[in-house]
Design a protein around this ligand. Sequence first.
Ligand SMILES: [Fe+2]
Ligand SMILES: [Fe+2]
Length: 164
Amino acid sequence: MTKAPMQRIDNILKNETYRFLMGMIRERELARIFCCHGLDHCLDVARIAYMLDMDEGAGIDRELIYAAALLHDVGRADPDNTGMEHHILSVRYAGDILRQCGFEEDETEIICDAIGSHNTDGADRHGLAYFLYKADKLSRNCFDCAAIDECYWPDSERNKGIIY
Ligand SMILES: [Fe+2]
Ligand SMILES: [Fe+2]
C-alpha cells in the first residue's frame, strides 16, 4: 500500500535555510574522495533508519525519522566558520528549520536529541537516536570505496556487505 506524502518533509526540502546549508555542503564536497554528506546520504540514512524502525516494530512517526535524517549533518556547512563540531551546529539549525516546517515543540526536541547524539562517542541511545546513529553507519558503502586505504574508519567498523 502506498504511504501518504509527508508534507512536513517536503517543507524541509523546500526550506530556504536547508537549501542554503545543503548547497554549501555540496559545493565543499565536490572534490572530496571520502563519503559525502549531501541529500543522497541523508536519504540513505532516512530509509535505513525507517527499515530499522520497522524491523524492531518501534512505530516511530515516519516524518520524525526522515526529518532527523535530512537534518543530521547540516551543521557541516558551518557558514559562519565557527569551527564547532557538526552535530552541535546541526542541532542549532535543525531547531529553527523544524519549527518553520510545522513540527511541534515536543517533536522538535526528540529530533534534536537524536541529531545531537549521532556523532558522540559512547552515548546511550534509544529509539530515534539509536536508529539515526545506526543508519548513519550502515549507509556507507565501504565494500565499494575507492578511498578505503585512506579512510579513518577502523577495519572492524567498515561495512563489508549490504544489510539494508
Ligand atoms: Fe554526522
Ligand atoms: Fe551522516
